[in-house]
Design a protein around this ligand. Structure first.
Ligand code: TYM
Length: 330
C-alpha cells in the first residue's frame, strides 16, 4: 500500500530550500495519497547541541510553519518524532538488523569512564545519532514514497539497504522506500552557489527564510552572488549563481525554466534580480503572515502534535508487532 513519509529537523525557521525542495510537494501529496505522515524530527536534531527550552520553542514554531505552508492535519499525520517513539515498548528488537551499528555504539558508549568529558559529549551524540538511524527505518517502515531534497538521497539509500537486509532474511515485508524529488531538488546558497541553501549558514545573506520581510528578501536577492556576464541564462554548471535565481524564480512563479529565461530577455542580472525578488515576495508573503498568526497559539499547536502522535502510533504499532512476530520475538 502506498504510503508517504518525510521529516524535517526543528532547528530554526523554514527556508526557501526546504520549501521548494520538500514542503511544496509535501503539501501536494496530501491530495494524492491516503496515508501521508510528516514528522518533526527532534531526535535527529540533538546530534547538534540544543538548548532544551529553545528546542521546545523551535518544535512548535516548525509546526506553525508547516501548517502555514499548507500541511493539513485532517489530510496528513503531523507529529513530533520523540512523542511517538516514547510510547513504543521493546523497540530495541529492531537492533538486530542494524547489529554492527548498535554494537559499535555500545562499545563506544561503555568506554565512557576512560574518556575525557568532551569525548563523552561527542560520543553521546554519536550514540543518539546511530540509534536514530535505526529509528528512521522504523518510521519509514512500510512507507513507499519519501518526498525529500537531493541532500537526503544517501540517507534514503541506508533505509533501502536496511529494508533489503530485513526482507532477505524474513521475507518481503518492507517495501523499499523511494525518494520523490521535486523540480527544484537543490536550492543553492545566495552567497556561495556551489553549496546548498541551509538553515545554519553563518552568512546572514545566504538564506531566504519564510519569515523574512519583503525588505529582507529584496536585500538578499540583490546581493546574491552571480558572475560577470550580464545576460540571464540557465546554465547550472558554468553559471551556478544566475541559474539558481532562474530556478527559484521558475519554482515560485509556477513557470518553466524556459519561460522564465525568455521573460528575462533584454534584462541584465541586476534588473532581473528585482523581478526574482518580487516573485519570491509574492509567494512568501501570505505564508509569513500565516506563520505569525499560528505561532501565537502554543496550546493549539501542542494539542495538534499530541493528536498526530496518537495517529502515528496507531499506524506504527501493528507494524512493530508484525516485525516482532516475523523475527520470533512474540
Ligand atoms: P532537513 O531538516 O535538513 O531538511 C528538510 C527537507 O528540506 C530539504 N532541503 C532542501 N531541498 C532543496 N534545497 C535545499 N537547499 C534544501 N535544504 C533542505 C531536505 O532535503 C529535506 O527533504 N534527515 C532529514 C530529516 C529526516 C527524514 C527522515 C527525511 C529524518 N528522518 C525520514 C525523510 C525521511 C533532515 O535533516 O532534513
Amino acid at each position: 500500500k502506498a504510503q508517504v513519509f518525510s521529516g524535517i529537523q526543528p532547528t530554526g525557521v523554514l527556508h526557501l530550500g526546504n520549501y521548494l525542495g520538500a514542503l511544496e510537494s509535501w503539501v501536494a501529496l496530501q491530495d494524492k495519497y491516503s496515508t501521508v505522515m510528516y514528522s518533526i524530527v527532534d531526535l535527529h536534531s540533538i546530534t547538534q547541541p540544543q538548548d532544551p527550552q529553545i528546542l521546545r520553542e523551535n518544535i512548535l514554531d516548525m509546526a506553525a510553519s508547516l501548517l502555514a505552508c499548507g500541511i493539513d492535519p485532517t489530510r496528513s499525520i503531523l507529529f513530533q518524532q520523540s512523542q511517538m517513539k516514547s510510547k513504543q515498548k521493546n523497540e530495541g528488537s529492531v537492533g538486530l538488523y542494524t547489529y554492527p551499528v548498535l554494537q559499535a555504539a555500545d562499545i563506544l558508549l561503555y568506554k565512557y569512564s576512560q574518556l575525557c568529558s568532551s569525548c563523552v559529549l561527542f560520543l553521546s551524540r554519536l550514540y543518539s545519532q546511530l540509534c536514530v538511524r535505526e529509528r528512521v527505518m522504523l518510521l519509514l517502515c512500510r512507507s513507499t514514497h519519501v518526498p525529500v531534497g537531493e541532500d537526503q538521497i544517501q540517507h534514503l539509500e541506508l533505509a533501502q539497504d536496511l529494508a533489503r537486509i530485513f526482507n532477505n532474511q524474513y521475507g518481503e515485508f518492507f517495501p523499499e522506500p523511494r525518494a520523490l524529488l521535486s523540480g527544484t531538488r537543490k536550492v543553492k546558497s545566495l552567497r556561495d552557489p556551489s553549496s546548498k541553501m541551509s538553515k545554519s549558514d553563518p552568512q546572514k545573506l545566504a538564506t531566504v527564510f519564510l519569515t523574512d520581510t519583503p525588505d529582507d528578501i529584496v536585500l538578499k536577492i540583490r546581493r546574491a552572488v552571480t558572475d560577470f556576464t550580464s545576460e540571464v541564462t540557465y546554465e547550472p554548471e558554468s553559471r551556478p549563481g544566475v541559474s539558481n535565481l532562474v530556478s527559484m524564480h521558475a519554482a515560485v512563479s509556477g513557470q518553466s525554466l524556459e519561460e522564465v529565461v525568455r521573460l528575462a530577455e533584454g534584462m541584465d542580472t541586476g534588473q532581473y534580480k528585482n523581478v526574482v525578488a518580487e516573485a519570491i515576495v509574492q509567494k512568501l508573503q501570505p505564508i509569513r503572515l500565516e506563520i505569525q498568526r499560528l505561532r501565537a497559539d502554543r496550546g493549539h499547536l501542542e494539542s495538534l502534535l499530541a493528536k498526530g502522535a496518537e495517529k502515528a502510533h496507531s499506524l506504527a504499532a501493528p507494524v512493530m508487532t508484525e516485525v516482532r512476530k516475523l523475527v520470533g520475538f512474540y
